[in-house]
Design a protein around this ligand. Structure first.
Ligand SMILES: Cc1ncc(COP(=O)(O)O)c(C=O)c1O
Length: 494
């Protein structure tokens, strides 16, 4: 392993300070659009902002077995891909400078206003903007360890101090420890929920008690990059706290479940006041027009999210089964990656896996653990075979084919008189398959009860619970079994 990439912004502390300083005297991103006169002021130094990234010695263009970056093995949403292709022809034209259309699309999804949203080039840009808004010399940020480290890097680059609070013995972020670490200099608390690399969540009740204790003047930033993957009902997004007057910033990305890591788009959600501060130092037009189009289309593609989450559940089932067969301990995951204890020097295992074509990650002061991202069913089985060989284990892992949970197809779609819904269940637990309209109103329960493990086929006749035909439009079919959920969009055309 070595560090490679463009010069880090650490090499240019004075430039990052200049950018911060300039923002006070020049126009903010939001003001920019109202004044053509500021064109010369817009040409601010935007250099020194890229962090070095780790690369393995594997050919970076070999994507099979690349289970190290928590990417989406299904690829981008087909709707996003089509939008990217369509928009590519307009690449000679500047994009929507302020990402307004994407911000509106995001805001709609959360019932917020555009002023609550700031879109940028990935969560990476947004983390930097949060640091620039709330961390300067003399300020302190509190963060868990192990966790995603970018906020700490940005804090240091801005001259702030980082206070690390270790996770507890169950690998969960220690909220009491974080509260005790607050001082008069604390301006920001950064939480990653679910956490990376540990893949554990903060219990929703614990989060509520914690937020009630955070003193005024301290902003809480919650990075929810892996939100879409979480299955447990003990978790809740922190977005609803924005309307409760809590000084909270939520970070999301389209790099993970939306499969747009290469397009680069992420966003923050916060009160209007905090959003203004976050966007204050943002350069205009950091998101390309093709990416903006892909984001808008991708945000709407619930089917892709549902397929992604179903594959992730199945991939994790294969890994859990395989690790258990190999006698390895792992940390149960609420995300699309799992930490597994190899019982030996994980660095050596990483190298042996790389020789077999599987890229994983190590680090975070956990010398025996590998972080393994989920991949396709074939990748998971191939990885387990390579892992058994790398560990010199006599046990072999047979091709594991999980019982699949998911909503597979709805056909025809759009439909006119009735549609067939094919889905699979993982257990004997009660299942519910319900049709909703886009406002979340229940239209009809197709099934609610025990129907057994395996594949099922049911139909919806386009009628509501009273047997009355419903209007043309979009409907959402929602499948729930225990903590597992999947949904698909159905269009009724008359
Ligand atoms: C917790 C967390 N936050 C942010 C990011 C950065 O995401 P993006 O690709 O949107 O910049 C990652 C990427 O792995 C991540 O794991």
């Amino acid at each position: 392993m070595f560090w490679v990439g463009p010069v880090s912004r650490f090499a240019f502390p004075s430039i990052s300070k200049q950018i911060k300083g300039l923002s006070k005297t020049t126009l903010s991103r939001r003001e920019f659009v109202h004044s053509a006169a500021v064109f010369s002021a817009m040409v601010l130094p935007g250099v020194g902002r890229i962090h070095a990234r780790p690369f393995s010695t594997i050919d970076p263009n070999d994507y099979v077995g690349r289970i190290c970056y928590n990417e989406n093995p299904l690829g981008p949403s087909p709707l996003a891909l089509a939008a990217l292709r369509d928009e590519a022809a307009l690449t000679h034209r500047y994009p929507d400078w302020l990402n307004s259309n994407v911000e509106n699309a995001v805001a709609d999804n959360f019932d917020l206003n555009q002023d609550n949203v700031c879109v940028g080039a990935g969560a990476t840009e947004m983390i930097q903007k949060v640091a620039d808004a709330f961390l300067g010399p003399g300020d302190e940020v509190i963060t868990a360890t192990p966790s995603y480290t970018q906020i700490a890097n940005e804090a240091i680059a801005n001259g702030a101090t980082v206070v690390y609070v270790p996770v507890d013995e169950n690998y969960i972020i220690d909220l009491d420890g974080i509260l005790s670490a607050i001082t008069n200099n604390t301006t920001l608390i950064s939480l990653v929920n679910p956490n990376n690399p540990l893949a554990r969540i903060i219990n929703k009740d614990d989060m509520a008690s914690f937020l009630a204790e955070v003193p005024d003047g301290v902003v809480v930033c919650v990075d929810e990059a892996y939100h879409e993957y979480v299955q447990t009902t003990n978790y809740e997004s922190c977005v609803p706290y924005i309307d409760q007057g809590i000084a909270i910033v939520i970070i999301r990305t389209l790099s993970k479940a939306y499969g747009l890591a290469g397009a680069r788009v992420g966003y923050t959600l916060a009160s209007t006041e905090l959003t203004d501060e976050i966007s204050d130092t943002q350069l205009y037009a950091t998101v390309s027009r093709a990416t903006q189009a892909a984001a808008i289309a991708g945000l709407d593609d619930l089917d892709h999210i549902s397929d992604t989450v179903s594959l992730n559940i199945n991939a994790k089932t294969i890994l859990y089964t395989g690790f258990t067969d190999l006698g390895l301990q792992y940390i149960p995951s609420e995300t699309n990656y799992i930490m597994v204890d190899t019982g030996t020097d994980a660095g050596a295992v990483l190298n042996a896996l790389a020789d077999s074509g599987y890229q994983v990650r190590t680090g975070w002061d956990m010398p025996q653990h590998l972080r393994v991202s989920t991949g396709t069913v074939d990748e998971m089985n191939g990885f387990l075979t390579a892992l058994a060989a790398a560990l010199d284990l006599q046990t072999t892992v047979n091709n594991i084919q999980p019982a699949i949970f998911g909503l597979h197809t709805v056909y025809p779609n759009p439909f006119n008189s009735s549609c067939t819904i094919k889905f699979s269940t993982l257990s004997d637990e009660k299942v519910s398959l319900v049709i909703y309209d886009t406002l979340g109103r229940k239209i009809k329960t197709i099934v609610s009860g025990t129907i057994g493990i395996g594949s099922h086929t049911l139909t919806w006749d386009g009628k509501n619970v009273f047997g009355k035909p419903v209007a043309s439009g979009i409907y959402i079919c929602n499948l729930i079994q225990g903590e597992l959920a999947a949904s698909k969009r159905i269009q009724l055309l008359k």
